[in-house]
Design a protein around this ligand. Structure first.
Ligand SMILES: [Zn+2]
Length: 253
């Protein structure tokens, strides 16, 4: 058994038996880990607010090789992110981010992913209610880029011909981005991407913000993002948090 002390963010948490909780942690040093927090429901003193979603701190994890569930020794919280629980748009956006991060499994150290998720959750937590959707969309595309799936936007994803940035293009999830006119004619399952939408993607993948995103555009972006994940993750598993986020935004508005 080895002990790892690493920064960690709680991405999922549920009660286990009478007194414990199971957490899924994104860690800086050991990727995603499922851990058992023994007695967490009985002793708030030992784990405090560390059992709450999106909290971040220093985790001490006892790892046994070839086990799915590890043991959490301690989790000292440095950032609770209580703001995420204070607004439904923030909470559903952050839950969507958690869901997609947990669907791309990796057990190795991934400092880049960790930093990106940390920054993304902080941004959603600080977003005023009218900007939470943009913050979550931007965070999701930034994470996609960090995972190595940045869509082609300025050259054709298929033949690499340069694309005019002022016109609408055809976007293909399976081919990995925007297409030139010629390649678009033979592609199936595509979507039209207007110049403003392409601009927004270009802005988000580098971690910047899109100002004044219109509600109708945000809705189209949610759909594009969902299709992207469905393509890359397979359609057999439902993206539940994503669906709540996508539907909730419009029932609230
Ligand atoms: Zn082409």
């Amino acid at each position: 058994m080895s002990e790892v002390v690493t920064e960690a963010i709680v991405l999922h948490a549920f009660d286990y038996l009478e007194t414990s909780r199971i957490l899924r942690l994104l860690t800086r040093e050991a990727g995603v880990q499922s851990v058992l927090a023994r007695g967490a429901r009985r002793s708030r003193r030992r784990f405090g607010s560390a059992m709450d979603l999106f909290a971040q701190g220093i985790a001490e994890i006892h790892i046994r090789p070839n086990r799915e569930l590890q043991t959490l020794g301690a989790l000292d919280i440095t950032r609770a992110r209580a703001e995420l629980g204070q607004d439904v748009g923030r909470f559903t956006g952050a839950s969507m981010i958690s869901e997609i991060v947990l669907r791309f499994p990796y057990e190795e150290a991934a400092a880049g992913i960790f930093d990106t998720v940390e920054e993304c959750l902080d941004r959603i937590a600080a977003a005023p209610p009218e900007s939470t959707l943009e913050a979550a969309l931007g965070g999701a595309w930034r994470i996609i880029a960090e995972l190595g799936f940045t869509p082609a936007l300025d050259v054709c994803a298929n033949c690499h011909a340069p694309l005019d940035s002022t016109v609408s293009v055809t976007f293909s999830h399976s081919l990995g981005g925007a297409l030139c006119k010629l390649c678009a004619t033979s592609a199936t399952g595509t979507r039209t991407l207007p110049p403003a939408a392409r601009n927004a993607l270009r802005t988000w993948v580098v971690g910047e913000r899109v100002e004044n995103l219109a509600a109708t555009d945000a809705r189209a972006h949610q759909r594009l993002l969902r299709e992207f994940f469905q393509h890359h993750l397979g359609t057999d598993r439902e993206l539940r948090a994503f669906r709540v986020w996508e539907q909730g935004a419009w029932s609230a508005a």
